[in-house]
Write a protein that binds this ligand. Structure first.
Ligand code: DQA
Length: 147
């Protein structure tokens, strides 16, 4: 059986990666991260769907769609991590493995970033490792899918 694709979903302002606060988020663009993730998923014979949206409702729609179209979800919800009960609820209803990822170490930053509405709904959280965190999330999701 061919496994369903892994959906990698990116939230607000992540389209600006590369030029946005490079001292915090690094110089890789989202397109660089997309290429790295596709290559890594290929090593597991897994397909990828990769999206970014600045719109909370669009992200909720994509999480809902992942229930029936994806084998696993990797989510960097950006600032909605800290605010979105709607994303929390959509993720709570997800019946596939999900990993939360952040480029920066949210716990070493402003107090308003220390709480995540996403974390209680996912299998694991990776933060503070830059783009490498996405690759580790791919490794984790591939393992969870094959289990
Ligand atoms: C982020 C951390 C969030 O606090 C922030 O709002 C972002 C990016 C990260 O990847 O480090 O937009 O999710």
């Amino acid at each position: 059986m061919v496994a369903r694709p892994v959906h990698i979903l990116n939230g607000p302002n992540l389209n600006l990666l590369g030029s946005r606060e490079p001292e915090i988020y690094g110089t890789s663009t989202l397109a660089d991260i997309e290429r790295m993730c596709a290559a890594r998923l290929g090593e597991y014979d897994l397909e990828m769907k990769f999206d970014q949206s600045n719109d909370e409702g669009a992200l909720v729609d994509m999480v809902q769609a992942a229930r029936s179209t994806a084998g696993g979800l990797i989510l960097n919800a950006g600032a909605y991590t800290h605010t979105s009960i709607a994303l929390h609820d959509a993720l709570q209803a997800l019946e596939i493995p999900a990993i939360e990822v952040h480029l920066s170490n949210i716990f070493a930053r402003e107090p308003f970033r220390h709480h995540s509405y996403i974390s209680p709904t996912v299998q694991g959280v990776i933060c503070g490792l830059g783009p490498k965190g996405y690759l580790l999330a791919v490794d984790a999701i591939a393992t969870l899918i094959k289990e």
